[in-house]
Design a protein around this ligand. Sequence first.
Ligand SMILES: [Zn+2]
Length: 238
Amino acid sequence: MKKELGKLLELQDIDLRIRKLDEEIAKGYGDLDERQAVVDARREEAVELGERLEVVGKEKGDVAHDLEEETNRLKDRQTKLMNVQTNREYQSLLKEIEGTKAENKRRQEEIERYTEIAEAMVAKIEELNNLSDGEEALLVEEKGKVESLAKELDAQKAKIDKVRSEKAGKVSKTIYKRYEQLRERRNGMAIVGVTDGVCQGCFMNIPAQQFNEVLRGDQLHSCPTCQRMMYHKPMEEE
Ligand SMILES: [Zn+2]
């Protein structure tokens, strides 16, 4: 059984190395994805802002159209004013003219406000797009680096994988199956040391009798708490 334990430990060591390489590759791509997501969000913000800008432009156009119409009407009324017959008519027309002038002044101000808003939006859109362009150029570069690193790590993995197959082939089928199940469920650690009666996987005590048996190493034991396979790991090794 001691021999079997040794093989398992070697296998686990290899698996942990492969796992680390996988994580490193995934991290590289994950970082890229995260940065791309920031760029995408910014692009989307620019598009949404562009849509709002269109609305603002349309509203401004409506007001400008009203202003033009009312300005023409004002001219008509002013012409009419020269030809009125009665004072009552004159006063009424005058009142209308004053009203329209006030309205037009308000329209003019509104147009200016729309213009300011639109200018700010255009500037913001440009800023967002510039930032996105810059970041995307960097990302292209970064992607190249990640891809070449991934290639390198994949090559390392391929080498280790070969050794792994050889090692795995030497472990008994039943134990190998158990090892694989535990590895999946226990975050890559299927076999752990027991030091001074404490499982180094879950840090719980194991029964004294079981610890004695683990010490002897004749049989493969599983931790009663985390179910990992155990081997005796003396304190000095740490
Ligand atoms: Zn345990």
